[in-house]
Design a protein around this ligand. Structure first.
Ligand code: NAP
Length: 319
């Protein structure tokens, strides 16, 4: 089968498309014929060598959608031909087939296309866990989604809208802002405009926001804290560097900064998250937005694109 392989950590050019042996499912495993692959920023960090426990050669990717090819002994509830999406992979999803543990293979509603299915796992599970497990969001609260135009931001916008929160979402381009509005944002701001945080505060009549989902904490965390209401919480989802903050901004509000890493979720939490996502995908509340589709062999280009500004939905690779 064709698969993207990394033989040494480095820039996007280390992603090479090669012919390798197709894996076979052992006990408790499922082989999925991949129809679409979700590209996430985390795979670019891993490719650069951020995770020393990755053994080379390595095929990136946890997120894909496709059809069950075959199941190993002991797998129940899934059979060849089932439409599925994956939430982890033993062999990597940037490939024509991917080997997964059965618990990480989830049925995909007929109404969701394969490219949309590839856009489910990391973005939607992250948004759900950030909102409900870490921020403990309640209907009626206001959430400021700082970076609402990308994979996680779009997912958070749709989930928060369905849960009865008021959403202030930001994006850096007109296309991104249009997307956030279409996906359910109540108020849309430009995070490149000089006065957007004052505007956000005015939208809350000076009270501040209950929750901030932060996609770029190293740039925004210090500015986030004064925007919080009393008892507000910032959930740090993305950060690419360091930043100075004023701790008094937290004291004066009894506010919290809470980290969130999807990989810390337990099996039980993930099972609950994917049950909730399945319901949302089935009833149309959750509608993954695919921004760009590229051939699998162009994985290197996708890794450059996923870190560029101007996000409008997910980048998906097609084997
Ligand atoms: P993405 O699709 O590339 O989207 C990036 C988002 O960040 C876009 O909405 C972009 O908006 C926005 N952004 C850019 N500059 C910004 C700024 N100055 N202020 C606020 N937002 C800004 O990436 P993603 O998949 O949504 O992931 C977002 C971040 O979360 C990444 O850093 C990723 O590594 C991280 N992440 C963490 C977890 C976790 O478990 N903690 C899970 C998934 C993702 P414009 O392009 O419109 O400017």
């Amino acid at each position: 089968m064709k698969a993207i392989r990394v033989h040494q950590f480095g820039g996007p050019e280390v992603l090479r498309c090669e012919e390798i042996e197709r894996p076979a499912p052992a006990s408790g495993q499922v082989l999925v014929k991949v129809q679409a692959v979700g590209v996430n920023p985390v795979e670019t960090y891993q490719r650069s060598g951020s995770n020393p426990s990755i053994r080379l050669p390595w095929t990136p990717g946890m997120d894909a959608a496709g059809l069950v090819e075959s199941v190993g002994p002991g797998v129940t509830g899934l059979k060849a031909g089932d439409r599925v999406y994956t939430s982890d992979s033993l062999s990597g999803t940037y490939a024509e087939w991917t080997l997964c543990e059965a618990v990480t293979v989830h049925r995909l509603a007929d109404s969701i296309s394969f490219p949309q299915g590839a856009a489910v796992n990391i973005p939607y599970a992250t948004a759900y866990r950030a909102l409900f497990h870490r921020a403990r969001a309640q209907g009626g609260e206001t959430v400021f989604i700082h970076g609402a135009s990308g994979g996680v931001g779009v997912a958070a916008t749709q989930i928060a809208r369905a849960a009865g929160l008021t959403i202030i979402g930001t994006a850096g381009t007109p296309e991104g802002r249009k997307l956030v509005e279409e996906q359910g944002g109540h108020h849309i701001l430009d995070h490149r405009a000089p006065d957007y945080l004052e505007k956000a505060m005015r939208l809350t009549n000076g009270r501040g926001v209950d929750i901030i989902l932060e996609m770029l904490a190293n740039v925004n965390l210090a500015k986030d804290l004064p925007l919080l209401s009393k008892f507000g919480r910032v959930i740090v989802i993305g950060s690419r560097g360091t930043i100075d903050i004023t701790p008094r901004d937290l004291m004066s509000r009894d506010a919290d900064i809470r980290g969130m890493m999807l990989f810390n979720a337990s099996r039980a939490e993930l099972s609950g998250i994917h049950a909730a996502l399945a319901a949302g995908l089935e009833n149309g509340t959750l509608r993954p937005v695919v921004g760009r589709q590229m051939p699998l062999a162009e994985a290197a280009k996708a890794h450059i694109a996923v870190l560029e500004p101007g996000a409008h939905g997910k980048i998906v690779l097609l084997p």
